[in-house]
Write a protein that binds this ligand. Structure first.
Ligand code: FES
Ligand SMILES: [Fe+2]
Length: 423
């Protein structure tokens, strides 16, 4: 149970805000041996854009663990502990070889899987290298991103391929990561919070969303086989615009295009991005993933408005973006006991419950229900938008709101059952 702060119900009552509740550690701590950290380690996580791996090793922190990532000259990728098992020199100063990485201090050579290939200073008959291994994690490269699996070796799941990786007419482009100075959960919760779009992203001077988003929508949420979706529905005369965004467990989201005006939306649009919120540690998060660009068109590159803290402070105060809204939540570490959740937060509540169930399953020693893995076939996801014509408004505003929700839920239910084309 989350401990709650007093519900202040009088003016000028800040004095009574005493004994403030702590953070929700079960969901926010990500280091080794923490419940959430162990849960997130059961999934492949993107750790770096593959093009970053050149002739030098890279030092990273992922899930509170220091790592060195490198690509050897044969092309194999290693994700290893930084400190050499001999006397602890960091392999970020190592020499990349045809096979593996060599510690700069006394020349021990490590393969990408941690096996020790050479201990050149030791006698020729030394068996040390055959008995000892360096710490390493499995790596997998896909479409310009390097993923690592940091969980128990015997629990390693297959690498999931989502159906949005290969959409005819579109190219998948790895995006440069953005760094968020806050806990991962508050970043991820934003993906199931469509209400913020109508406010934060339509502030004067804000960029990135079409004018259509200014109007408040009907908001709804549904579970899917891979996680959940939000459904954002608006009416234009006898047309209904349904916009569906995915949250895929444990830390992935996809959302449809933001910029096209609704008048141009005549087809089913699949998501423009697939994004992971990867915790670097408890209070730093990397958003990394893919953009999807029409073939032949320059993929979106560079920073999207409001997605980093690099703008001057005063400018961010005048036109805040996602980064400012999310990072500033309780100064980087959300305190759920200080919140007053309202009707627009139903998606956030669903998401927390879903993640908490996974965390508790792992803590209880249960195997995860990897519904996102379908024996090598592409994993269906549900994010898209479409405009449905010929739906006359109901007699009253309230009845019409219900009609919009029903139409939209029906679209999502059919999409989950029959796939997008049959949805
Ligand atoms: S510390 Fe790495 S080889 Fe000695
Ligand atoms: Fe946003």
């Amino acid at each position: 149970m989350v401990e709650r702060a007093p519900f202040l119900n009088a003016a000028y009552s800040a004095y009574h805000h005493r004994g403030l509740p702590a953070e929700d550690q079960e969901m926010t701590r990500v280091g080794p041996d923490t419940p959430c950290g162990e849960y997130l380690r059961r999934f492949w996580q993107p750790v770096i854009v593959a093009s970053e791996l050149g002739d030098l090793p890279k030092r990273l922190k992922i899930l509170g663990e220091d790592l060195v990532v490198f690509r050897d000259k044969s092309g194999a990728i290693g994700v290893v502990e930084p400190y050499c098992p001999h006397r602890g020199t960091s392999l970020e100063y190592g020499l990349i070889e045809e096979r593996g990485i060599r510690c700069c201090y006394h020349g021990w050579l490590f393969d990408v899987d941690g096996r020790i290939l050479e201990t050149p200073g030791e006698p020729a008959d030394s068996t040390l290298k055959d008995r000892l291994c360096h710490g390493a994690y499995p790596a997998h490269e896909h479409a310009g991103l390097v993923f690592a699996y940091m969980g128990p070796p015997e629990k390693k799941p297959p690498f999931p391929i989502f159906d949005t990786y290969d959409i005819p007419g579109y190219q998948l482009v790895a995006r440069a990561p953005t760094l968020w100075d806050c806990n991962w959960l508050q970043v991820k919760e934003n993906s199931m919070d469509p209400a913020h779009v109508a406010f934060l992203h339509t502030l004067p001077g804000s960029e990135g969303f079409s004018e259509d988003f200014k109007e408040l929508a009907e908001w709804d949420w549904m579970e899917t086989p891979v996680g959940m979706v939000y459904i954002d529905t608006r009416r234009y005369d006898d047309k209904v615009w349904v916009r569906v965004a995915d949250f895929m467990l444990p830390n992935i989201h996809q959302f449809p295009p933001n910029m096209d005006p609704v008048s141009l939306r005549n087809t089913i649009n699949r998501p423009q991005a697939t994004t992971w919120a990867v915790p670097l540690d408890d209070t730093h998060t990397m958003q990394i993933g893919y953009y999807r660009a029409p073939e032949g068109k320059d993929p979106q590159r560079g920073t999207v408005f409001g997605q980093d803290g690099l703008r001057p402070y005063e400018e961010r105060q005048r036109i805040p973006g996602d980064w400012d809204a999310q990072v500033s939540i309780h100064d980087g570490m959300s305190r759920h006991g200080l919140e007053h959740l309202a009707s627009t937060d139903r998606g956030v509540i669903m998401m927390r419950n879903m993640i908490r169930r996974g965390i508790r399953a792992v803590s209880a020693g249960e195997d995860l229900d990897y519904r996102i893995l379908t024996n090598g076939a592409a994993v269906p996801t549900y994010s898209h938008d479409r405009v449905i014509p010929g739906i006359a408004p109901a007699a009253t505003k309230e009845a019409d709101r219900q009609l919009l929700r029903d139409v939209a839920r029906d679209v999502v239910a059919k999409t989950v059952k029959n796939g997008l084309e049959g949805g």
